[in-house]
Design a protein around this ligand. Structure first.
Ligand code: BG6
Length: 510
């Protein structure tokens, strides 16, 4: 990895504290940071270097996935950091920043490679990017990169305008758009799993697969983000980005090499092959919901409209489910069901592939609904398991299920931000959102945005702590399917826990 300077805008903010410092620390512990490395934290607060470092240390104790117990390691890690006060609108502040960076590059004999990380509100992205260019910060004989967080626009037009602005200061290959779902280890494994497993390659099509279900359910509500969330909703907050990225990673017939350009082309192909949503079909293919009061793990919680900062007449969706179809030779005719919501029963992101059922054709007497399943547990726990049918001699040769799989609990899994920061430092953009993907995703959701804005889609209430509105279940029932692992599948949903005893060596579990 090249020596470089990591320039962090928003260094006193929440994301830096919760995710970025712990991720950098864990990379450091794993020997995944360059020996020659400098971090310049920027913020408006008048902090000294020592105050800055004390705050970083505190954040490691609070948020690092690994216990922070080696004071020498912490000291060496904090040695990378310096703080500089910066008002994003003041040209002079960028000039003094440039001097500091250059001084440090000289004193540490650093090649002038600079990574600018914008951990700030989206309203500041353009201002900062143009100042980086105009102040000379971006004129370097080494490389320069821009890492930005979501949201990338509010709709198709605003995303296009924004991208045009960014393109004045950074080339597409220098822009690393974070979608933290792409940093989740299991999502990154989807590519390797396809590339290296003929079994998966052979079954990845409409000959064998009956439907695909992608769920990201959360138990949290709107938290302290009413101002943002009430104007964003589940569609912009989760669906347009994280959920569609999961779809692309899963459905792209990924290349036989891990070349990032190839991965990008395959993902783009998925988005280009998605059947467009006609305005008149939005209300039959998309379900939206808003949580009302209920209970999460036995604790009563209030409804969305009673949350602080949410207007009583809010029409914002906290849940969305949709049926999508990919019109290509592999997936034609296979429904992809996607759903995401807040205040649901469990925190889980998972993909379930339901295979077609040959059983009825073989004359079995089994009446149970017993398709084979391939399940990817993405987070917080991580696992892959395959559910197969077999026969139980002790029970009259009735069909029974076996599970083959692996399972890791959340604490053993590297944080998405570790993977993403590591890749950005190495210049590998395979797991960042390319502009083409972002643009096509906004284009696809545009009819939904319009139908929601015009109130053409019913807004169903659902009880907090449940599985979303009934209409989301009817969406699958109309096609003869149901969401896997909801309450009616309580028995099956305990499967991942049973697999957990077998970690490295996959084995059979009843
Ligand atoms: C963020 C959304 O991008 O993802 C949040 O803005 C959401 O609303 C979060 O809670 C979910 O991420 P994860 O990794 O906890 O599933």
């Amino acid at each position: 990895m090249d020596a470089n300077t990591f320039v962090l805008f928003g260094a006193t903010g929440d994301l830096a504290k919760r995710k970025i410092y712990p991720a950098l620390f864990n990379l450091f512990i794993d020997g995944k940071l360059p020996e020659l490395f400098s971090v310049i934290g920027l913020g408006r607060r008048a902090w000294s270097d020592d105050t800055f470092k004390a705050n970083i240390e505190q954040s490691l104790h609070s948020f690092s996935r690994r216990e922070v117990k080696d004071p020498e390691a912490v000291k060496k890690f904090l040695g990378f950091f310096r703080y500089h006060v910066l008002d994003v609108d003041r040209t002079e502040d960028y000039q003094s920043l440039l001097q500091i960076i250059e001084q440090r590059e000289q004193s540490l004999s650093l090649t002038p490679n600079r990574l600018f990380y914008l951990s700030v509100g989206p309203e500041l992205f353009e201002t900062i990017a143009s100042h980086i260019q105009n102040s000379g910060l971006g004129d370097t004989t080494g490389w320069k990169r821009l890492v930005i967080e979501k949201p990338f626009g509010r709709d198709l037009q605003s995303a296009r305008d924004f991208n045009e602005q960014l393109a004045k200061s950074f080339a597409e290959e220098e822009i690393f758009r974070i979608d933290h779902y792409l940093g989740k280890p299991m999502v990154q494994k989807l590519e390797v799993l396809q590339r290296t497993n003929p079994v998966i390659q052979a079954s990845w099509n409409n000959r064998y697969i009956a439907n695909v279900q992608i769920t990201a359910s959360e138990t949290v509500g709107v938290e302290e983000r009413a101002g943002y969330y009430d104007h964003s909703g589940a569609l912009r907050d989760m669906f347009q980005n994280h959920m569609l990225q999961l779809l692309m990673m899963l459905a792209g017939h990924l290349p036989k090499s891990d070349d990032s350009e190839q991965v990008r082309l395959k993902k783009r192909h998925v988005m280009q092959s998605l059947e467009p949503l006609l305005p008149q079909n939005v209300s039959s293919q998309v379900i939206r919901g808003q949580y009302k009061q209920g209970a999460i793990q036995g604790n009563p919680v209030i409804g969305y409209k009673d949350e602080a900062g949410i207007p009583q007449d809010s029409q914002n969706e906290t849940f969305i489910a949709a049926k999508l179809q990919i019109d290509d030779q592999f997936w034609r005719g296979i429904p992809f069901y996607i759903r995401t919501g807040k205040r649901m029963k469990e925190k889980a992101t998972r993909i379930v592939i339901e295979f077609k059922e040959p059983i009825k054709q073989t004359g079995s007497t089994a009446s149970a609904h017993t398709p084979n399943l391939l399940v990817f547990e993405i987070s917080p726990n991580e696992g892959i398991y395959l559910r197969l049918n077999t026969e139980d001699a002790a029970q009259n040769q009735d069909l029974t299920k076996v599970l083959i799989g692996t399972h890791k609990s959340g604490s053993e899994v590297p944080e998405a931000y570790e993977n993403l920061i590591y890749d950005a430092l190495r210049g590998d953009s395979s797991f960042f959102a390319h502009w083409d993907e972002v643009e096509l995703a906004w284009k696809w959701v545009q009819p939904i945005q319009e139908a929601f804005a015009a109130n053409e889609v019913p807004l169903y209430e659902y009880e907090a702590g449940g599985f979303g509105p009934q209409a989301a279940h009817d969406l699958l029932a109309e096609d003869g399917f149901e969401w896997w692992f909801d309450q009616e599948h309580a028995e099956a949903s305990s499967a991942p826990a049973q697999v957990s005893r077998q970690d490295k060596e996959p084995s059979l579990v009843k």
